[in-house]
Write a protein that binds this ligand. Structure first.
Ligand code: HEM
Length: 536
């Protein structure tokens, strides 16, 4: 809704349609003058996936614009057509949404080599400073360079162990912050779980990269300061407008007009993030260059110290800055959203909360806090998180994959340049795959033989880290953050609904969050001695 609001506040519908009409007219004339043959042999033999009949040149952009929220429109359209794969022409682009796991595997596993690229887009170009990063870069040498660095130098098992204490400081701070909030009688002991979860994730990644929790003065009670609130909120705004069906991504000639306001929103949010990151990065590079710093203390130091074959810096300042922004984006959203939804769902079904608490008491006991070494044994907690990822993904679609050449999938022609978007929402709720798909039922993820539960889902029956070339390299870190967050909240505290305000499980109409942030009464359930040391 925000995006359509932004659109209408920028330009009236009449003018946006008029502009699109004029551009379409020009392009139609051009096309008629210089017809280009897209009818390859493949196209003659196979049809495109089913979809709405596109208007010449502009495709289905008018329908998309008049819908309140593009993802909802796409999903409804597929339901009306009773199809699990569709082709929606937006401007010049074939957009291919997919809601079936077998088809998803065809794209991301069987034909992974073909679908390993990303689209160019207004916001991804801005964030990645011209495609210098990993998630957002098109397939090619720059992506290979950055992905190798992320896997080998930033997220390797050795680096994960090296950063253990920094993560634990933030897991402890989470408990301190929730406890202090629960003691605040002005708020009736209410804890805003969304704030606690988002700031835990933000704190961990800031600590890992910049070796600090606070950009500003900081706070005694572990709560975020105004700087951190502004930072995390800007990160979420960037995520909101990333691949958010901006008109100019399908008709780049409209980019300068910013008809839906996405560019302005993304640029403003990015400038806030840069305001905090850039001075730290520039100062640190200077320190290393001047020799006033020689000890590697965090991931920023690691990035600055990387050398190429000629012993020259491997990464430019632009690459460091854009990659850091991208790592922030990659870390904050999934764990915090999954933990908030999981806790809300479990409060609605207290028997689930009881089972999770029993597991924690059995594995951890009540005389210490949850540690990362407990994670392999916390199968029920992981099952709850899997269920949250399945039922309440943070984004309606996976990051788009782009076809690098024409191909055929399940007998359908998929033209070069198509944007394949796996539906996170509908894969996880596909009734052919999941019994009672709308019910939060963690048991469905437990194995009969009691074997370990993982957050990965290689069969793509729902989306966590996906698979293939563009699969997420943050599986271990992402799992650690998600489990530590949910486990510490449940092990440390009992949770109840505020008086006269039952827990609501309503999803916002236009984004994947619970419509109102989860607020609940937390009460310490461990002996106070266990957290004494955190309160000094
Ligand atoms: C629970 C937490 C996380 C989840 C569910 C998650 C999920 C995803 C998904 C769905 C993708 C896109 C895969 C595709 O295009 O098919 C992705 C890509 C990526 N993720 Fe994660 N992620 C998580 C945490 C992290 C963390 C903590 C980091 C690093 C700090 C990270 C770094 C990346 C990178 C660099 C890519 C780009 C891969 C590429 O394009 O080659 N992720 N992640």
């Amino acid at each position: 809704m925000e995006s359509s609001r932004a659109f209408f506040s920028f330009i009236s519908p009449f003018w946006s349609y008029f502009i699109i009409f004029i551009i379409a007219l020009f392009r139609l004339i051009k096309t008629l003058k210089y017809p280009h043959s897209s009818s390859t042999t493949l196209f003659r033999k196979h049809r495109l996936p089913p979809g709405p009949k596109p208007w010449p040149i502009i495709g289905s952009l008018p329908e998309m614009l008049s819908s309140k929220f593009a993802p909802k429109w796409i999903h409804q359209l597929m339901k009306n057509m009773n199809t699990e794969i569709a082709c929606i022409k937006l401007g010049n682009v074939h957009v291919i949404p997919v809601t079936n796991p077998a088809l998803a595997c065809e794209f991301l596993k069987k034909q992974d080599d073909i679908f390993a690229s990303r689209p160019t887009s207004m916001s991804s170009g801005l964030i990645s400073r011209g495609y210098k990063t990993t998630i957002l870069s098109l397939y090619g040498e720059q992506w290979k360079k950055m992905k190798k660095i992320v896997i080998k130098d930033l997220l390797s098992p050795a680096k994960h162990r090296w950063l253990h204490n920094k993560r634990m400081e933030e897991a402890d701070n989470l408990v301190r912050y929730v406890y202090m909030s629960s003691q605040n009688n002005n708020e009736g002991g209410l804890v805003n779980v969304r704030i606690a979860a988002q700031h835990y994730s933000g704190n961990v990644i800031r600590k890992m990269i910049f070796n600090k929790r606070y950009f500003g003065e900081g706070r005694e009670d572990g709560a975020p300061g105004i700087e951190e609130i502004e930072h995390v909120s800007a990160v979420f705004t960037i995520l909101k407008y990333l691949f958010a069906f901006s008109v100019s991504d399908y008709m780049p000639c409209l980019r300068a007009l910013d008809v839906d306001g996405h560019k302005r929103m993304s640029k403003n949010a990015l400038s806030i993030v840069n305001k905090y990151h850039d001075p730290i990065i520039e100062q640190r590079i200077k320190q290393w260059n001047e020799g006033t710093k020689a000890e590697t203390e965090d991931l920023l130091d690691v990035m600055i110290s990387l050398k190429d074959a000629n012993n020259k810096p491997l990464l430019t300042m632009h690459e460091i800055k854009s990659q850091i922004t991208e790592l922030m984006l990659a870390t904050v959203d999934n764990p915090s959203n999954a933990a908030e939804w999981a806790l809300a769902e479990m409060m609605k079904q207290p028997e689930l909360l009881k089972k999770a608490t029993e597991e924690l008491d059995k594995v951890v006991g009540k005389n210490r806090l949850v540690e990362e070494s407990d994670i392999p044994k916390l199968n029920y907690i992981k099952a709850c998180l899997r269920e949250a990822f399945r039922l309440h993904p943070i984004a309606p679609f996976n990051v788009p994959h782009v076809a690098m050449h024409d191909t055929v999938v399940s007998n359908y022609f998929i033209p070069k340049g198509s944007h394949v978007i796996l539906s996170r929402e509908e894969l996880g709720r596909n009734p052919k795959v999941w019994e009672e798909p709308l019910k939060f039922k963690p048991e469905r993820h437990l194995m009969d033989d009691g074997s370990d539960v993982f957050l990965t889902e290689p069969d793509l029956r729902f989306i966590t880290f996906t698979a293939g070339k563009r699969g997420c390299p943050g599986v271990v870190l992402g799992t650690t953050l998600s489990v530590m967050l949910l486990a510490r909240l449940i092990h440390g505290f009992t949770w109840s609904a505020p008086p006269n305000k039952p827990i609501e499980l309503l999803q916002s109409e236009t984004d994947p969050f619970i419509a109102h942030p989860l607020e609940a009464v937390a009460k310490l359930r461990l002996p106070k001695e266990v957290i004494y040391s955190l309160l000094d």
